[in-house]
Design a protein around this ligand. Structure first.
Ligand code: SAM
Length: 246
């Protein structure tokens, strides 16, 4: 049988393609790509010859496609899986394929390389051990509020992916759930021309985005809960304190 290679691709800067990732894509028989056009373009820019190797594998066909790809690997073909950017599986397709490969006793080879959350974490200045990566935050206000409330007292660094058009609402919601004094970092456009780290309290970042239009790809990192922290009381918390006083 062949092997399943999980191959990371750059999150913005083409030079972050590793030598091994390039070599693997050149040598495999098949490349399962989230978007064959995006990957075709990337590989073209990197001078990687892939004619006839690209097959489509994305979130909407993953369930039916994974067993087919596994059959191909069992027949002796080596397969690399890539997403549009960064690590496969990390908020991207690949999970079903890994599961199916493991179930079929196929060797899964993970190539190290760029992922937005690790890139952001190590320069954020927040504790890197422990941390939790949550992927994209729930989009609906109620679900997001419930989720943020649930994790508000966790002590590890929390990492989220967020879209620029939602960041203002999300910061406002962080203010209401974890409090305005919590440390947050918004890491923007990593590895690209306009790379930027915005570090401060929730209140400071809300203020920043009052005058600056949020743009580009973003990772949001939130410091863990510290007991000495003076949380900005939410209305609900204030009501509890007042109850205790009277
Ligand atoms: N598989 C990717 C990885 O390994 O990070 C993540 C894919 S996910 C569909 C795309 C999200 O990742 C973006 O919306 C953004 O939140 C984050 N992201 C990707 N590239 C980024 C970059 N260069 N700078 C900041 N965030 C980035």
């Amino acid at each position: 049988a062949g092997k399943l290679y999980l191959v990371p691709t750059p999150i913005g800067n083409l030079k972050d393609m590793t030598l091994r990732a390039k070599e693997t894509l050149e040598n495999v028989d098949l490349i399962a790509a989230e978007d064959t056009r995006t990957t075709g373009k990337l590989l073209g820019l990197l001078g990687i010859e892939t004619s006839g190797k690209l097959v489509s594998f994305h979130e909407f066909n993953a369930k039916e496609k994974a067993p087919e790809l596994v059959t191909q690997i069992l027949a002796g073909h080596s397969l690399a899986q890539v997403s549009d950017a960064g690590m496969p599986v990390i908020s991207d397709p690949g999970y079903e394929l890994v599961q199916s490969a493991i179930a079929a006793n196929i060797a899964v080879v993970s190539l190290p390389g760029p992922a937005a959350f690790t890139t952001a974490l190590i320069a954020s200045g927040l504790t890197a051990q422990p941390f939790t990566y949550y992927g994209f935050l729930p989009r609906k206000k109620k679900q997001q509020t419930d989720f943020l409330t649930e994790i508000s007292r966790q002590k590890e660094t929390a990492i989220f992916y967020e879209a620029p058009h939602r960041i203002r609402a999300t910061l406002a919601n962080l203010g209401e759930t974890v409090g305005l004094n919590r440390q947050v970092v918004v890491a923007r456009e990593l590895t690209k021309l306009h790379e930027e780290y915005l570090r401060g309290t929730v209140a400071e970042l809300i203020e920043h985005f009052e005058t600056v239009e949020p743009r580009g790809e973003m990772v949001v990192l939130m410091g863990g809960y510290v007991e000495s922290e003076k949380p900005t009381a939410t209305l609900a918390e204030l009501a509890v304190v007042v109850d205790q006083l009277v």
